[in-house]
Design a binder for this molecule. Structure first.
Ligand SMILES: [Zn+2]
Length: 278
């Protein structure tokens, strides 16, 4: 599932290729991707508008339009935004086609159709898109200092893994990067935030910034079971740097002594080393 680094990679592609383009015409296939509104609302909201910026908050792509509205794209499990030459053969599960004024096309492709595309009024975001209005701080797009994380850690006794995954606290971190960040910080996923001292909080802060930034630099992570690719269809390569995610049963690359454990809670798997994480 695309997380902050993958969505940021897509955002950069959109900034380069979609900003300044006019969306001439729109086709909607599967209605599920526009379930928040309707195909008619998406077509009316996008047709004839020009994309003026490409922004991101957490895992949400936000594309302000010259109409004053904003297009939101959420990739969810398997969504892709692809740019293609006009008339190019479309992959299966292409649910939205945007015809652009230079003859190219932007596609929203999503085999599992959990993703969505919607046009909303940013002044009414709390009513029209509550999950976006309720997002916590984005550690890459916004200012996120050590003191900000210290405030978060001090405010709760929740376990670190669910805390990192809570989009209303910190926006953009999902299952893969939470595991990698906690491993780098040498903190157990089930460790209570109330037991994390300021030195460990600083390690956690550094790991959040470093890991997300490094992953963005190489285009994010593309895993075997997911279809994440960038705007041009290219895979990321940060999966090669994963030290715990997807390595259950392997010897820990960091300490060389522990074995990577995989525990499942609430339908999510957690990967960690019992020797170097405490
Ligand atoms: Zn270890």
């Amino acid at each position: 599932m695309p997380e902050l680094p993958e969505v940021e990679t897509v955002r950069r592609g959109l900034e380069q290729h979609l900003v300044g383009r006019q969306i001439v015409r729109v086709e909607v296939g599967r209605e599920r991707v526009v379930r928040r509104t309707s195909p008619e609302a998406l077509i009316a909201g996008l047709s004839g508008t020009t994309v003026v910026a490409a922004q991101r908050r957490g895992k949400y792509l936000l594309l302000p339009l010259d109409s004053g509205d904003t297009m939101m794209i959420h990739l969810r499990m398997s969504g892709q935004v692809l740019l293609a030459a006009g008339g190019a053969a479309r992959p299966p599960h292409t649910h939205v086609v945007m015809y652009l004024d230079d003859g190219s096309e932007a596609w929203f492709v999503d085999p599992r159709t959990f993703g969505e595309v919607v046009v909303f009024d940013p002044d009414r975001v709390d009513v029209e898109l509550p999950p976006v209005a309720q997002l916590g701080v984005d550690p890459i797009a916004e200012s996120f200092e050590r003191a900000d994380l210290r405030r978060i850690i001090r405010s709760t006794s929740r376990a670190l893994k669910p805390l990192l995954l809570d989009q209303q606290v910190i926006a953009g971190i999902g299952n893969i990067y939470a595991d990698e960040i906690l491993h780098r910080s040498r903190l157990r996923p089930d460790r209570s935030a109330s037991t994390v001292d300021s030195r460990a909080t600083n390690r956690l802060h550094e790991a959040i910034i470093d890991i997300l930034t490094s992953a963005i630099e190489v285009g994010g992570s593309t895993l075997g079971d997911a279809q994440y690719v960038d705007l041009m269809g290219e895979s990321g390569s940060y999966q090669d740097d994963h030290r715990v995610y997807g390595r259950a049963g392997e010897r820990c690359l960091t300490c060389g002594r522990g074995w990577i454990r995989r525990t499942v809670s609430g339908g999510r798997s957690t990967h960690w080393c019992g020797v170097c994480q405490s």
